[in-house]
Structure formats: C-alpha cells, structure tokens
Design a protein around this ligand. Structure first.
Ligand code: PLP
Length: 392
C-alpha cells in the first residue's frame, strides 16, 4: 500500500473522439451546428425523450428550464439542501427564491414528508428541482404531489442520473424538463456540456432560442443556403450553447454508454460484496424498483467504524486513494443561508447524514484491482490504528 494511486475519478474519452474532433475542425463549422443536432437526436433516442437540446452545462440547463416556466420574480423553488451548489445558483440566476428541503437521515435524499414540510413552511412552493442523488431514482411524481405541485412545475436535476430508471421509466422522459451534465466526472464526460430533454415541442423551441441570446434564428441556420441574415429577439436569453466540437466528443462517448453503465454496476457490486461485513460501514442500497445509474458509490461511515469520516478520508488519501464528499449541505454555506429560505426546524436529517458521507472512487475506467485496493485499504483502516493515531 502507499504506492498505488487510485483516482477518485478519471475522464475516459473514447479514442474515436480524436478523429471526430479533427473532422469537425476541418469542416469549417465549429460552434453550434449540425454536430449538435446529431448529438441531440442520438441522445434523445438513448433516453427515450421526444427532444434533446444541447446547452453549455447542467447548471445552464436548470436555469433555462426554470426560466421557461415564466414564474413571477422571487417565486419559490424547492431544492434539497444536500445537492451541488450550482443547482441552487441556477435558481437564483433565474430570478427565483430557493427553498432548501431537508433530506432523510437514512437515504440522504428528500422524501414526500420533507417536501410537504418545506412547502408548508414557505407558504406554498411554485416549482421544485428534483435530484436523483448518486444516480438513485427519486420518485419524481410522488415528490411533486407531496409538494402540492403539478408535474410540469418539476425540473429534474439528472446530473447523476444518466441511465437511471424510476420504476420502468427512464430519467429524461418523466417530467417536462430534465437536465443532464457532461462535466468531466459525470457518466458521459465531454469535459463541459449539458442537455435538456423534454417531450414538449414548445419548451424545446423556447430553449433553442434562449440558449443563444434569445435570437429567433441561430447562426447555423442563417448561414445555410437560402438562410437569411435576419433575426429578432423577443425576450432576454443567455449565452449557453454547446459547440460542435464538444458535440462530436459527446456522440463518440454515447456509443460506449451502455457498456460503461454496465461497468459501473459491476464496480458497485464488487464494492458491495467486498465491504458487506465491514463493521461501521453502511453500504449504498439498490433501488427496490427502477435502476441505479451508479454515478457515485457513497458509503456511510458510522460510529461503529474505527475512524470518523474525516480521519478516514485523510488515511485513504495518504495511501493514494482519492475520495470525495457529496455534498456539503447548502445551509452550511453563508451565501445560501442568506438567499435561500430555510425551515424553522432546521435540517436534522442533513446534519445527521453529512458527517458520515464518503464517496469512493467510481468511474467507468476503474479496474477490478483498483476496487480491491480501495476495499483492502478500508478494511485495514478499520482494524489497524497506529500508536501515533491513538495518542492523537
Ligand atoms: C455536476 C452537477 C451539476 C452541474 O453540472 P454542470 O454541467 O457542471 O453545470 C448540477 N447538479 C449536480 C447534482 C451535479 O452533480
């Protein structure tokens, strides 16, 4: 031990992507154009949605999906307190008020009960961002109902959920608007990028305009034979389009996605088998219904373990094993304490679960040997405490 290094995450880019990038660079068109259109069609088919619209990031996808609801300024949007800060930033940038929702201590996810409580405490929610945390399916429709919202007021943050199924329905085809990320660590890494999927023709058309300054015709269509230089703007948009170079990488990656998802499930099963009997370590649950996308493999370091989460993280780090924590609750951050509404009773669920959360290395390129190295290090960390550590 000590010399092996196991990265928490490593972006795996298909070798064909290089030739695809060169093809696009040589084509004379590098920004949003035919490559993005092809990626959108192939992605929509993969998730089973009518439309997919490329955008610059999942954060932009969430902001645009919320803007598309045309809610009044300051309208209230429920969001879990255990999520990525960008998801809440998107609510603020859409001109809306985030309302932080507590999570259940046993799952780390919001429940119908916590959604109902948060909606009541804020005097009624106007919309909700549902997170499929780690890739575990969140019951979108039940949560919407518990919050007193119709399904079209729900935006799904599917940054972890490419390949997740809620019951027999794939994420991307359930609510009106689902947001995916192609950030370097996500299940389909491009480096940067995002996608909105929807079955709603109007929403898709609106996002296509809004992602590029609100212009009525994008540059690609203006330059097509017979295209016109004319365009107009009827409302403010943002600059959040994807480039054809990124889309070319995405298309090459998508051809490997089925295989990569199977690999993630195998890695999760290997972890769970090797760690099943480790005292004080609680392992992630498989969904009773639906399918886990295994974006993250999150264990809980319980009081029965020989070290607490933070000292375990340091110990693994010293052994060359990268880990992470998803996520620091947003109510622990000064900015969100100011801009977000928080329930009077605080966040007992999130505060209980946060100190125990530990994300182990998980990516499609992780080898069996690397998984075994991580498991051996965890088992060792639970049994051998050095004299020096005891003194501390
Ligand atoms: C990564 C992530 C995002 C943001 O994705 P970007 O594409 O980087 O904007 C949003 N929500 C969650 C839960 C994430 O993990």
């Amino acid at each position: 031990m000590g010399s092996e290094a196991v990265a928490f995450s490593r972006p795996l880019i298909a070798v064909e992507a290089q030739a695809e990038i060169e093809r696009v660079l040589a084509s004379g068109w590098v920004t949003t154009g035919p490559e993005c259109t092809a990626f959108e069609e192939e992605f929509a088919a993969w998730v089973g949605a009518e439309h997919a619209v490329t955008v610059a990031s999942c954060t932009a996808a969430i902001e645009l999906s919320l803007r598309a609801l045309h809610l009044p300024e300051g309208a209230k949007v429920l969001v879990p307190t255990i999520t990525f800060c960008g998801a809440v930033g998107a609510i603020v940038h859409a001109g809306l008020t985030p309302v932080l929702v507590d999570v259940e201590a046993d799952t780390g996810m919001v429940s119908p009960a916590t959604c109902t409580a948060a909606a009541r405490a804020c005097g009624g929610a106007d919309a909700m961002v549902v997170l499929h945390f780690m890739g575990y399916p969140a019951p979108v429709e039940e949560l919407a109902e518990a919050a007193g919202l119709p399904i079209w007021r729900v935006v799904e943050d599917a940054a972890h959920a490419l390949g997740t199924y809620v019951d027999d329905r794939q994420v991307g085809s359930i609510s009106k608007s689902t947001c995916f990320s192609f950030y370097a660590t996500k299940n389909l890494p491009i480096g940067e990028g995002g996608m909105i999927t929807t079955d709603d023709d109007e929403l898709a058309a609106w996002v296509r305009k809004a992602r590029l300054h609100g212009m009525s015709s994008d540059a690609w269509r203006r330059y097509l034979p017979g295209g016109s230089w004319r365009y107009s703007v009827t409302e403010a948009g943002v600059k959040a389009n994807l480039s054809d170079v990124q889309a070319a990488i995405g298309r090459a990656q998508l051809r490997h996605l089925d295989q990569w998802q199977r690999r993630r499930a195998d890695i999760a099963a290997r972890y769970s088998a090797a760690l099943a009997d480790v005292r004080g370590l609680e392992l992630p649950q498989l969904p009773v219904r639906g399918r886990h996308a295994w974006h993250l493999y999150v264990v809980r370091v319980k009081p029965g373990f020989a070290r607490d989460r933070d000292s375990l993280t340091e110990h693994l780090g010293a052994a060359g094993i990268g880990t992470s924590v998803h996520f620091i609750p947003l109510h622990h951050m000064p900015y969100f304490r100011v801009v977000a509404e928080t329930p009077p009773g605080g966040f007992p669920g999130a505060d209980a679960v946060f100190p125990e959360l530990l994300s182990l290395p998980m990516h499609q390129g992780l080898t069996d040997d690397e998984v075994d190295t991580v498991c051996a290090a965890l088992i060792e960390a639970n049994t051998h405490i050095t004299a020096q550590e005891v003194v501390q």
